[in-house]
Design a protein around this ligand. Sequence first.
Ligand SMILES: Nc1ncnc2c1ncn2[C@@H]1O[C@H](COP(=O)(O)OP(=O)(O)OP(=O)(O)O)[C@@H](O)[C@H]1O
Length: 619
Amino acid sequence: MTFTPTAEQQQIFAHRQGLAKVFAGPGTGKTTTLVNYVEKLATDGFKQVLVLCFNKEVRKEIQQRITKMQVKGVAVHTFHSLAYHAIKPRNLPKNLEQVQRILQKKIYQQFLQAKPALDALDEFADFVAKQKAYYPMRVPPNEPLSHAFKLYEQQRKHEGLLFYDDWLQSYAYQLEQLGVPFYDAVLVDEAQDLNPIQFSIFEMLTTHARVGMLVGDVDQTLYQWRQAHPEMFLTCQIPHLPECKFTLSQTFRYGHQQALAAQQLIHQNVRRHPLLTVSNGAIQTAIKLEQYEAPVNRLVLQLEQLQKQQPGASIAIIAPTWVALEPVQMALLLKRLPYDIKADKRLNLHDGFKLIDALGILNAPNYNSIAAEQRVDAIHTIFTTPYHPVKMEFIQTLATQFGQLPRERVLHHIASLQQSVEKPVWRTLENLRIAITLIANNAVNAEQVLSEYYTQTDLIHHIQNDALLSEERRNDKCFHYQQLVILAEKKAQSFTEFASFIKGVFRLKAEAKPSNLVLGTVHFHKGLEYDHVFVMAGESWGQEPQKLEEEERRSLYVAITRAKQQTTILCDNNAKLAELMQLEHAQQAYSRLMGNTLLNNLSNTCQRYLEKLTRVLQS
Ligand SMILES: Nc1ncnc2c1ncn2[C@@H]1O[C@H](COP(=O)(O)OP(=O)(O)OP(=O)(O)O)[C@@H](O)[C@H]1O
């Protein structure tokens, strides 16, 4: 398809000196403009251009487009990949985040002189993350946590560990000490999500540059919890690069109805920099709200229909959290729809995988030669996993194993377990009690003790008592678990087969081939577009739009602006989102925005379009 730039896009293409800030709503061609701009720069003799983005998927997308255009001298990175290539951290543990967590816990406990303060550990983790989001770090001198932070840094350095947030710190330090490589243009996509250290890195990287460019949409900020400061994007200055502001106001992705609903939603945010996104009347995009008792089942039905009507269509299923996607993932796998499904996270099934692996370790003939850490992990998993259809079997195996283990070793496991338990949930304590009974009885009655205990508390019972889930979701989940177990039991002749069946069913083809059905949270889908989008509104987004927090509203806004043909918001009967679809409210919101100053910057094309839209709305 040939690309005919709009007047607004052409203005950006002509930019050759200074810091360009491009403010633009969803689907207005930010990424497209950036990629085409890079080509213009290359043709105009720019030799080293750096494009920075936030998300691996978006990076891949930009890289592919640039390669297709055969543009030379352009590097595309996420901030972390750029830092990684520069600092080359060695011997990275696979489970970096887990190691960081363990270190934080160790230090924090030491800091508190072993007081039982596990609940406050999250606060310490946040404190660490916050310090690392600034360069240079400005650790407050009198904060009680500052002392713990110093201990943490000493220990981290002593152990030679570099965690994700240290990569950026080390990279910024390296730039400062060794000098900045030459780039004549540095461009950042999704600049609203820059945090202070990323901004400092951007600033340093523009040292020799003629052009800096920040492209973003403040309404799509999703990383404030990671210290993103959209105000920085709005107000920042770089001394040697004079500022120029641009807007992209026409969305190419969706039509009026979608634009109005999106506007209606985001207009309720108070702390925003108002920006109007108008749609091209030629596109028809439907937005629907569907309320059902079992939204997941409804989704499966719709996907089945869609598969018949439009087999090649690209589809996204978006939910606010991975937990909310879990029943969807299960349902899709059970139904075995003829889609290639891609998800950025494998289905966890409440640690079912870990349990299966743990069992493998406990049953391994070379158990004694398996690293102690792994063995402790396996036992830890078995104790701390709250429920699972095959738990019974695991526990029986464990009992047998324990019966054969020297007493000291079991005691050692229990001691390690006590140390490594993340959160002392009642279930874990119960498991510990059982384990101790087991040891006390030298495992003689262990199987009996355990089987009595676990038959009373089966999987379904636990799901039904899961206070985090709504009733509908609980029913959905119970149903799908039951289906899965029935299916697995039918197929499997032995426990080993049962385990490998479950393992097989849930092993998603992560990156295997291009897939047209993609599941993920809103952070994953950010910056991407699909023909059809299904938004699983669930509890977090299912409220009245007015009651949502600003960040929640922004993430729902990102979710509902991904579709080119249709957005379907699926939620249970109690959801209150209906108002979102009442477009007369949206029209008022539009009218109020029309007087906004930013609109004075709109191109003539867009002004004309707005006038046309106003007439349509009034008629
Ligand atoms: N001048 C144009 N003419 C026609 N289509 C265009 C034009 N510019 C961009 N597009 C199309 O608009 C769609 C959205 O573009 P793009 O993904 O770059 O938007 P975006 O602003 O980065 O979106 P988001 O806010 O979701 O990150 C793409 O399908 C792209 O091909």
